[in-house]
Write a protein that binds this ligand. Structure first.
Ligand code: NAD
Length: 365
């Protein structure tokens, strides 16, 4: 069938030393950027995504269109579909799996808890089952989250810090993923690297994230709500630019060792790693808004409110020394520079959409 031919073509590296990577969540924000970066440096890449309706599916379709122009084929399917995964692993000897499919967002869990279990726990286990059953086993790099630090108030967050106080179901499923990774590494010798991303932003970003909907609402002249923590302390995030995150993902893939297989009995313990990927400079949300006002040249209508107990944590701040040392991670984009790129993309993407020019497909990545 045609899709199998497309999978094989897409998975073939143009560089003879290139990797063969299965990217889950490839039509998502981070997945689409990582897929393009891998393909452009000569790796073979196949994507999988279920194009769910958590946010505007047309944005996912636009990303997938651009991926297809770059030569990346995205299979439409769910990571819980064992027979689909089995056929993919039969068609291609993947050297690596970059697992970015998940139900993201913390507030959505209050009304839709089961989707977090389905994608972040059952889906992850299903994917690991597929990886463990093939020979050679691919090395796995997957997205955990800074949210595992939960209500921990010791900053900056280091990988050694406690992660036993998740503030949301989302965080709890990411923490569960880390425990599951431990088990599959221990029993089956799978090589697994978890990356704790800190608030990723940039072009082609997620409409459910604050920087994105603030931009939308400021442009529309709508009032925006800014939350403050206890004792009127500002809520702050360690905003990390997408290109920096992509470099961290590539660094993790390039330093991933092959799985030892066979329960880790062959050649010592298989690799099990966890890294923070942040920017090391938390910015109060009020400052984020003032940068957006400057870039958009519009004064925002703001309402400051106490933070509700809805799963968000008041503060995040990454210690990235481990990722720096072991995977060469070095974030290089400050918030104003990164937001400038986001705003430029946003204005271009949505003006093209509303004009319905060229069937609303922007031409550049
Ligand atoms: P995203 O929602 O844009 O991307 C996830 C993609 O996975 C979506 O396209 C979705 O359709 C797909 N997907 C979801 N469930 C699936 C399933 N069961 N089967 C197949 N596809 C499925 O989110 P993102 O911001 O690109 O996040 C990527 C990863 O990074 C996620 O694991 C997320 O939890 C994690 N993360 C993101 C951030 C951030 O700030 N963006 C921070 C921490 C962690």
């Amino acid at each position: 069938p045609q899709w199998q031919t497309s999978v094989i073509r897409s998975s073939t590296p143009s560089n003879p030393k290139g990797l063969r990577v299965l990217v889950t969540g490839a039509a998502g924000f981070v997945g689409s950027h990582v897929s393009v970066a891998l393909k452009r440096r000569g790796d073979g890449v196949v994507g999988i995504d279920n194009f769910n309706r958590y946010y505007d599916p047309s944005l996912k379709r636009s990303r997938a269109d651009l991926l297809s122009r770059e030569g990346v084929f995205v299979v439409e399917g769910d990571i819980n579909d064992s027979s689909l995964l089995k056929s993919l692993f039969k068609l291609v000897k993947f050297t690596h799996v970059m697992h970015l499919a998940a139900q993201a967002g913390v507030r959505y869990a209050m009304k839709n808890p089961s989707t977090y279990i389905h994608s972040n726990i059952a889906g992850f286990v299903n994917l690991l089952e597929a990886c463990k059953s093939v020979n050679p086993q691919p090395a796995i790099v997957w997205a955990s989250s800074s949210s595992v630090y939960g209500l921990n108030s010791k900053v900056p967050f280091s990988e050694k810090d406690r992660t036993d106080q998740p503030a949301s179901l989302y965080a709890a499923t990411k923490k569960a993923g880390e425990e599951i990774a431990h088990t599959y590494n221990h029993i089956y010798g799978l090589s697994i690297t978890g990356l704790r991303f800190f608030t990723v932003y940039g072009p082609w970003g997620r409409p459910d994230m604050a920087y994105f909907f603030f931009t939308k609402d400021i442009l529309k002249g709508k009032q925006i709500q800014i939350f403050e923590g206890a004792e009127h302390r500002s809520v702050a995030r360690d905003f990390t630019y997408i290109d920096d995150i992509v470099k961290g993902c590539l660094g993790a893939l390039d330093t991933a060792e092959k799985s030892t297989g066979n329960g880790g009995k062959k050649s010592g313990p298989a690799q099990l790693r966890v890294y923070n990927l942040g920017n090391t400079s938390p910015v109060p949300v009020g400052k984020l808004v003032s940068i957006l006002e400057k870039l958009l040249k519009i004064h925002a209508k703001k309402k400051v409110m106490p933070m509700p107990r809805n799963g968000d944590v008041p503060f995040t701040h990454a210690d990235i020394s481990l990722a720096k040392k072991e995977i060469g991670y070095k974030p290089a984009t400050d918030l104003e520079k990164g937001l400038n790129k986001f705003v430029t993309w946003y204005l271009d993407y949505y003006s093209t959409q509303s004009a319905k020019k060229d069937s609303s497909k922007p031409s550049a990545w």
